[in-house]
Design a binder for this molecule. Structure first.
Ligand code: IPM
Ligand code: MG
Length: 354
């Protein structure tokens, strides 16, 4: 089990450090885990002048799985877009063909009060957002800046999906729904966008191969509203890159904190990159305040999906449930007046629970 560790920027190194302690524990218990670390994002830019240094991509491609922390920081905000830390993440997703991004939003019962929504609205929430990750307006060409006929400067991007791109993510959506409640909601903007009209046609067509899955369609604006109105109506949501980016941040608040949401980004062979969905949080970096649980849960997903070791994934998830049940809280999931602990102490608690 060769794992590439890409801690990145901001809180990335601290949260990955705690996940590594989980790996150490598992290795101690006999799993053949090997790790190697490389810089990405701003750290890549500092080390090699590029957010995705070639050596980092080579390492990631040679590994069986990748664990990523987070990228970005104020220091890099003035770099041209091609050199910004975000290009490290986008570049590795594209280069490795990681088109299927699984973002589960689960509300642990202990955190019902940490959500900004009423407990009865979110209690028992267990939602899977499946986001297409290598297409759409993130990568569509042409894009850029130009001067128009009226002499005004413009910025433009292209929303674009090909039929095979939609088909393969739709299939993952239906297969995911099959393993859960046999319900799939496809989110688009087919009342306005040509890309979405095609998306809806293709998802519907793929659905004929999955007669046991109930397919529904929803416009993204309505989905954004329904997610906070009645989130439990959803089980699996499949959507494009930009809508999935936005809806998954929204869904994270249903689960109490963005510090709780892991993700898996898989290629066609289930090789994957695993990362918390939150960012690098430069405002709290290096202060032992970040919640390492999303990263540790991402490791759980790695064992479930890439290594097909559901037993190890269950063990990691059980350890997280246990520390929450024991009352351990980092600042983001602590209630007002509740005692909170730091990144390191949360890692200690998980290691002990394991
Ligand atoms: C995410 C992030 C990234 C994205 C950024 C960091 C490029 O917001 O993983 O959701 O937009 O995909
Ligand atoms: Mg995002």
């Amino acid at each position: 089990m060769k794992i590439a560790l890409l801690p990145g920027d901001g809180i990335g190194p601290e949260i990955v450090r705690e996940a590594v302690r989980v790996l150490d524990r598992l290795r101690h218990d006999g799993l053949p885990i090997e790790t190697e670390t490389a810089p990405i994002g701003g750290a890549g830019h500092d080390a090699a002048g590029h957010p995705l240094p070639k050596a980092t991509l080579d390492l990631a491609q040679a590994a069986d799985a990748v664990l990523l922390g987070a990228v970005g920081g104020p220091k890099y905000d003035t770099l041209p877009r091609e050199l910004r830390p975000e290009q490290g993440i986008l570049g590795i997703r594209k280069a490795m063909g990681l088109f299927a991004n699984l973002r589960p939003a689960i509300l642990y019962p202990e955190l019902a009060a940490a959500s900004t929504l009423k407990p009865e609205v979110v209690a028992g929430l267990d939602l899977m957002i499946l986001r297409e990750l290598t297409g759409d307006i993130y990568f569509g060409q042409p894009r850029g800046r130009r001067r128009n006929a009226a002499g005004d400067d413009e910025g433009f991007d292209t929303m674009l999906y090909s039929v095979p791109e939609i088909e393969r993510i739709a299939r993952v959506g239906f297969e995911t729904a099959r393993r859960r409640s046999h319900k799939l909601c496809s989110v688009d903007k087919a009342n306005v966008l040509d890309t979405s009209i095609l998306w809806r046609e293709v998802v519907t067509r793929v659905g004929r191969d999955f007669p046991d899955v109930a397919l529904s369609h929803m416009y993204v604006d309505n989905a954004a509203m329904q997610l906070v109105r009645a989130p439990k109506q959803f089980d699996v949501i499949v959507t494009g890159n930009i809508f999935g980016d936005i809806l998954s941040d929204e869904a994270s608040m249903l689960a109490g904190s963005i510090g709780m949401l892991p993700s898996a980004s898989l290629d066609a062979n289930r090789k994957g990159l695993y990362e918390p969905i939150h960012g690098s949080a430069p405002d709290i970096a290096g202060q032992d305040k970040a919640n390492p649980l999303a990263t540790i849960l991402s490791l759980g997903m790695m064992f479930r999906y890439t290594f097909a070791r559901a037993d190890v994934a269950d063990r990691i998830e059980a350890a997280v449930r246990r520390v929450l049940a024991q009352g351990h809280r980092t600042g983001d999931i602590a209630m007002p007046g509740e005692r909170s602990i730091g990144t390191r102490a949360m890692g200690d608690a998980v290691a002990a629970a394991l």
